[in-house]
Ligand binder design. Sequence first.
Ligand code: IMP
Ligand code: MG
Length: 177
Amino acid sequence: MSSQSKPRILFCREEIAAAVSRLASEISKDYRDRHPLLLGVLKGSFMFMADLIRLLDFPLEVEFIRLSSYGRGRESSGKVRVVAGLSSPVKGRDVLVIEDIVDSGLTTSFLLDYLQKKKPASLKLCALTDKPSRWQTAVNIDYLGFTVPDKFLVGYGIDWDERFRNLPDICYLEGED
Ligand code: IMP
Ligand code: MG
């Protein structure tokens, strides 16, 4: 993949809007009276989170965490660090983690273990995309937008080397397949 790679659309904005709306209905059913803490994993989930919460018409709180496992390449190093932590307490809260991609699963399983130690009342995962072909560890995804093939995704908040987050569609980079 080079800086010349041209993004191709995998899911267009209308398909994304339909998926986000379906997820919002599922989440509303389960969380309406629970005042949940929605925890977005930066940076990739910011656009998804913004669209999702606008469809949730009940009291909730928003929090973010930033993790690092990737360098500039596409493989997870498997060594996950919390780069910017939580400012809201998690203990006793109904926590819903909002992720952009479950790829190897290493980042998400690290985060779920990290949060579980803080004793939330409940802990669930909502992921925009899942690449099951790349899993190195099993992760239970409670709310899933799309199952995706083994391609490098960009757009709708997701980057390659900090580029392409602003694309409104979920795309993949050519030259990856
Ligand atoms: P994992 O630890 O391998 O599951 O990777 C998790 C994180 O890596 C995701 O939340 C993304 O931030 C990043 N990532 C994984 N696959 C891709 C991709 O196709 N495009 C951009 N980022 C990715
Ligand atoms: Mg991420």
